[in-house]
Design a protein. Structure first.
Length: 230
């Protein structure tokens, strides 16, 4: 069960979240607030797992409010202004609900929160079956078994997946390789990470992965060969 609170200067918006939460079995909406200062005091005494947070409020901007929360608290931003999506995304929001939103859209957002909540609670062995990546202004769950290879493009990554379109995410190769289990993935080039179990062959400094030719970089080749020769 996810413990949540909601903050919005408009009572009708809070009543909608209350209604939707009451119809969602794994969300326990503990309290609602129209005053962000009161919500912050409450969070310091009673930490929450999730905050539904309006952005455009008279007393404080919701984005600034979230920066003040020192706990590891998930946030779903709720606002009528789509221009805040990018900044909300950069603050590691689970999702972004554009008002007026439907119960179906609400369910999609809280399902992502539940997935991420369970991911953080699992043991490392269980959690290693998938990772979470922020892309398309949302938090995406990716099964490690679906990854064919990962391609670096300056400050972006393209994650090539089996059976679906690639996902483009703004993150570095270093950050990505730290997320992946070292026993299953290896960096073979400044621009490529591959899953070891998808290697088909290696010849002339070129790795064949699911029919794709991936080059090995000179500074990564020695480490790759240690794994390949096993």
């Amino acid at each position: 069960m996810i413990k949540a609170i909601a903050i919005d200067d408009e009572p009708p918006a809070l009543r909608l979240i209350e209604n939707f939460s009451s119809r969602t079995e794994y969300i326990s909406l503990e309290k609602t607030f129209t005053m962000p200062a009161e919500a912050l005091k409450h969070l310091r005494k009673f930490p929450a797992d999730l905050v539904f947070l309006d952005i455009q409020m008279p007393s404080v901007n919701g984005l600034d409010f979230y920066k003040c929360i020192r706990q590891d608290t998930m946030v779903i931003f709720t606002t009528a202004y789509s221009e805040y999506a990018v900044e909300g995304f950069n603050l590691s929001a689970v999702d972004y609900l554009l008002k007026p939103f439907t119960f179906k859209r609400f369910q999609q957002a809280v399902a992502k929160a539940m997935d991420y909540y369970n991911y953080k609670k699992q043991s490392s062995g269980e959690a290693s079956r998938y990772i979470f990546i922020r892309a398309d202004y949302s938090l995406l769950k990716i099964a490690l078994a679906d990854i064919i290879y990962i391609e670096g493009l300056d400050d972006y990554l393209k994650i090539h997946l089996a059976g679906s379109n690639p996902i483009v995410a703004r993150m570095t190769m270093k950050t990505m390789i730290e997320k992946l289990p070292a026993r299953d993935f290896i960096r073979v080039h400044r621009s490529y990470i591959i899953p070891l179990n998808r290697i088909e062959s290696y010849r002339n400094k070129t790795i064949l992965v699911a029919g794709e030719e991936i080059p090995t970089g000179s500074s990564y080749e020695e480490n790759f060969l240690k794994y390949f020769n096993r």
